[in-house]
Design a protein around this ligand. Structure first.
Ligand SMILES: C[S@@+](CC[C@H](N)C(=O)[O-])C[C@H]1O[C@@H](n2cnc3c(N)ncnc32)[C@H](O)[C@@H]1O
Length: 351
């Protein structure tokens, strides 16, 4: 069966050529291609006129890939065979140069579902870090939505901007990036009324952002926070409850256990990522309404004020609101690492 050509002037308008990684079809100049050899070793190249990929085994000409279908097997000058595939979102994320730690694809997948990121949604996000989650959000909101990312560090924002432009092949029209604190930018943006259907926070202290998120979110809008430690999770949940502006929060974490598939040895892999982070969601209650209080009785002692405010429990429910990144397990990012990430992104584009 062949496609019937559409008469001129009828049918959908021709689509602008798509760049970046979100596309299918035969390989073209400028495409990123992931080459894997028989041992599963990966190399990512960008197709250039007259370009060559050199390994210790031989030379593969980029011209031998251009015009070939995604998924083709190609052979270099020495007879070594490679499977050539356009990288997927998850491939790109896992090899992307970073400043700040990224949200891993397994958690981005959960965030898109449970923050209910829909096509056309207006999403407010902080911090942008290396742009990992932002890329997933931009793909999900589509051309009719928007993602406004807020990042307090200019150097991280630059890494994110370059990673996102490399992924999409150009600046993304639905993306806006502001440098500053979420608390300030979100409050300023929403001074005249709510501006976001969804708020997604991946940062050390989301509990400090509850009022700003409540002002920015539409009634019924979803707030999702991603944190690495139980202390952050607890503090965020308590701040949401204390605000009286959000529904009872739900929290969870997810584990992905990869499996080994070889002959009769079909079993879980010996190693897995045991911990990434906790997710928490809550919804903005309608303006002028109070959240419905939970009526189930908490376990004995679980909300005991004396226990929560005990000096040795500093950081859980006590009045002391000070914290430091080190207390929350964050290691600093050396300027050297940012420079290296930017160099790797730029070299990746040129390679
Ligand atoms: C773990 S990183 C985010 C990673 C990002 N989600 C990704 O997938 O690449 C946390 C970021 O939040 C930023 N940050 C922390 N507190 C912030 C705040 N109050 N407002 C804006 N950005 C903040 C930090 O500078 C850092 O870049």
């Amino acid at each position: 069966m062949t496609d019937t050509p559409t008469p001129p002037g009828q049918g959908p308008a021709p689509r602008a050529p798509r760049r970046g990684l979100d596309r299918t079809g035969p390989f073209e100049l400028g495409d990123k291609v992931q080459l894997s050899d028989a041992r599963g070793r990966l190399h990512t190249i960008t197709l250039k006129p007259g370009g060559e990929f050199h390994s210790h085994r031989g030379v593969l000409r980029h011209d031998d890939l251009i015009g070939h279908d995604d998924g083709s097997t190609v052979t270099d000058s020495n007879g070594t065979r490679y499977q050539a595939l356009r990288p997927l979102y998850a491939d790109y994320m896992l090899s992307m140069p970073r400043g700040a730690a990224i949200i891993y694809p397994k958690d981005s997948a959960q965030i898109l579902m449970w923050a209910d990121i829909f096509p056309g949604a207006r999403v407010l996000e902080a911090g942008v870090g290396s742009g990992g989650l932002t890329t997933a959000l931009l793909r999900a909101v589509g051309p009719d939505g928007s993602v406004h990312s807020i990042e307090r560090r200019e150097d991280f924002a630059q890494v994110a901007r370059e990673n996102i432009e490399t992924y999409f092949g150009a600046p993304h029209p639905a993306w806006r990036l502001s440098i500053g604190d979420f608390q300030d930018v979100a409050l300023e943006e929403s001074a005249d009324g709510p501006v976001a259907d969804r708020v997604v926070l991946d940062m050390l202290a989301p509990w400090e952002c509850v009022d700003a998120a409540a002002q920015a979110l539409v009634s019924g809008g979803v707030l999702l926070t991603y944190v690495a430690t139980v202390t952050q999770l607890s503090r965020t949940a308590e701040a949401l409850r204390a605000s009286g502006l959000f529904t009872e929060p739900s929290a969870w974490e997810s584990f992905v256990r990869p499996w080994h598939l070889e002959g009769l040895a079909v079993r879980p892999e010996h190693r897995m990522n045991a911990h990434t982070g906790f997710l928490l969601t809550s919804r903005r209650v309608a303006r002028g309404t109070e959240p419905l209080q939970r009526t189930t009785r908490p376990a004995p002692g679980s909300r005991d004020a004396e226990e929560l405010n005990h000096p040795e429990n500093d950081g859980f429910g006590g009045s002391d609101s000070t914290w430091s990144p080190e207390q929350l397990g964050e290691r600093g990012v050396a300027p050297r690492k940012i420079k290296r990430a930017l160099r790797d992104i730029r070299q990746g584009r040129d390679r």
